[in-house]
Design a protein around this ligand. Structure first.
Ligand code: AMP
Length: 139
């Protein structure tokens, strides 16, 4: 992606590129992922072109959170899936490819083969306490 160029999601928000829209209001848009991991795999994003979660204003975060609950209900209702993963790739190191903040809502079913490696680190209570303190102390 070239610096200064609108991302593909900004172009979808602007109506320049089509999408399979499932929800829209003044602040938020949700549409089907074109390469779904499951039927109903949906992307939910703020219309304002921010790259990272941390860039949202409190009001934008509230709008996104409200819409997330509504969209999750709609997806579960339409697909009759028993569960849903909500995933955010926040930053390139996480696998974020499109530099416009978006949550993935991915319907899940028993035995669907989706999932990711979850290899917990071993940490002492003292280490956890120190790290929690460092995080709490951040502004
Ligand atoms: P991420 O790696 O979190 O940035 O995810 C980007 C997602 O956007 C991928 O799952 C793509 O399949 C999806 N995607 C890319 N272009 C489009 C598009 N034009 N319409 C719908 N989904 C798209």
């Amino acid at each position: 992606m070239n610096a200064g160029q609108p991302s593909i999601f900004a172009r979808i928000v602007a109506g320049e590129i089509p999408c399979h829209r499932v929800f829209e209001n003044q602040h938020v848009l949700a549409f089907l992922d074109v390469n779904p991991l499951a039927d109903g795999h949906t992307l939910l994003l703020p219309k304002r072109a921010v790259e990272r979660l941390e860039a949202l204003t409190p009001d934008e975060a509230a709008e996104l959170g409200r819409a997330m609950v509504q969209v999750a209900r709609k997806i579960l209702g339409a697909t009759e899936a028993p569960g849903l993963n909500i995933l955010l790739n926040d930053g390139r190191v996480t696998g974020q490819e499109v530099p416009h903040l978006h949550f993935h809502l991915i319907p899940r079913r028993a035995g669907d083969g989706l999932g990711y490696r979850w290899q917990p680190l071993k940490r002492t209570a003292q280490e956890l306490a120190e790290l929690a303190q460092r995080i709490r102390a951040q502004p």
